[in-house]
Design a protein around this ligand. Structure first.
Ligand code: ATP
Length: 372
């Protein structure tokens, strides 16, 4: 069953289209993340589900209820949507204790004192903040405050939890820890969650599915691994990690199975084969994505093996990154980044060959249309 359904949802501000025909189904218990660069429309989309913003086109349903339908002028206000919300700016109230902060949504809903005691205790146990119940909110660390905000969002057992960059005020280490904790709470409770972030690492680590948005439109929807490995277009490819993106032209195309084709391509000073999702006609331009972790450095005279792509070049510089070393190789087709072992034997100026298995090279059409 789909718990949150968006059908052709749009939001126009004046003549600016911030969200453009978004179709999305979030299943019960699923953790779905809206990801994309600043201004792509992810917050506006979340706010429309929250009922804090009204969609100018399309329809939104939560559970079995249509909560907003632009065509019929139907709009259920936020407080009647039974949603838990954790927003970046939605800080906890400083003049209240932890207990009172978490109890607030229950007091608004006029629950009995016994029930409030019970439910607040349960919510604080979930985020491991029970022993802090009587603390004034300002006497908490950033991470603890965020846990209280999560407990407050969960306390009235909402149908759906909406989160907008809830970890962005925390330092990098705490962000990782809180993300893991939140994900385990969400799984334990089977809570349907719609999450917004511009941080691709966070999106990949937390989500069942990721929705990549750009300029108000969905570019791709899929499991994190699928999007990382098989981006639908150049925008998505460029947004995840720091792939090498090479222009090439297709010479031949042959189907491998129902989801992949093999392309023979020719680039600037190189040729070889790669894989793609779409049948692409000979002569058409593609972008070939090569991830630095899939490439390796070989000697300039390394024997040529089948099913490999190769570029000759010279090491321009290297960057020590702890577990790996980024090696930048100047080739006839621009610079290629390779993740090499940290303590490998690489010197700036060395002539080398960059080698990539053709199954790791993924091509997307140059003018890709919107997928999924
Ligand atoms: P960020 O990561 O920076 O928060 P976002 O992807 O969440 O970005 P939105 O906040 O959804 O982006 O905004 C999408 C676009 O809509 C932006 O160009 C923004 O300027 C515009 N926008 C949002 N709210 C309004 C408004 N009330 N009036 C006019 N334009 C708006």
């Amino acid at each position: 069953m789909s718990n949150v359904v968006l059908e052709k949802v749009s939001r126009v501000f004046g003549d600016f289209v911030a969200v453009d025909g978004v179709d999305l189904r979030v299943s019960e218990g699923e953790f779905v993340t809206l990801l994309g660069p600043s201004g792509c429309g992810k917050t506006t989309t979340l706010r429309m589900v929250a009922g804090l913003e009204q969609n100018t086109g399309g329809r939104i349903s939560i559970g079995n209820e249509v909560v907003s339908d632009a065509g019929r002028g139907l709009f259920v206000p936020s407080e009647r949507r039974r949603l838990g919300m954790v927003f970046q700016s939605y800080a906890i109230w400083p003049h209240m204790t932890v207990f009172e902060n978490v109890a607030y949504p229950l007091r608004v809903r006029r629950k009995s004192t016994a029930e409030i005691g019970d439910l607040v205790g349960k919510a604080l146990r979930l985020v491991e903040m029970e022993s802090f119940a009587e603390r004034p909110a300002p006497a908490l660390s950033g991470g603890q405050q965020q846990r209280v905000a999560i407990a407050r969002a969960l306390v009235f057992e909402p149908k759906v939890l909406l989160l907008d960059e809830p970890l962005s005020n925390l330092d990098a280490k705490l962000r990782l820890q809180m993300g893991d904790e939140f994900r385990s709470i969400q799984k334990r409770l089977g809570m349907t969650s719609l999450y917004v972030t511009h941080d691709q690492a966070e999106a990949m680590a937390l989500s069942d599915r990721v929705v990549v948005m750009d300029r108000g439109r969905i570019q791709q929807i899929g499991a994190p691994e699928e999007i990382y490995r098989y981006p639908a277009n150049r925008v998505v490819a460029a947004f995840f990690g720091t792939p090498n993106l090479l222009e090439a032209s297709v010479e031949a195309c042959a189907r491998i199975d129902d989801r992949r084709v093999r392309l023979d391509v020719v680039g600037k000073g190189w040729r070889g084969a790669c894989e793609s999702a779409s049948e692409i006609r000979p002569g058409q331009a593609v972008t070939v994505m090569v991830r630095p972790e899939d490439a390796r450095i070989a000697p300039p005279d390394a024997a040529h093996r089948d099913h490999e792509l190769r570029w000759s070049g010279q090491i321009a510089h290297t960057i020590f990154r702890g577990p790996t070393r980024s090696v930048v190789v100047q080739t006839g087709d621009g610079r290629l980044n390779v993740d090499a072992p940290s303590f490998g034997d690489f010197a700036v100026g060395d002539n080398v060959t960059v080698v990539v298995p053709q199954t790791s090279a993924w091509a997307v059409p140059e003018q890709a249309s919107i997928a999924s």
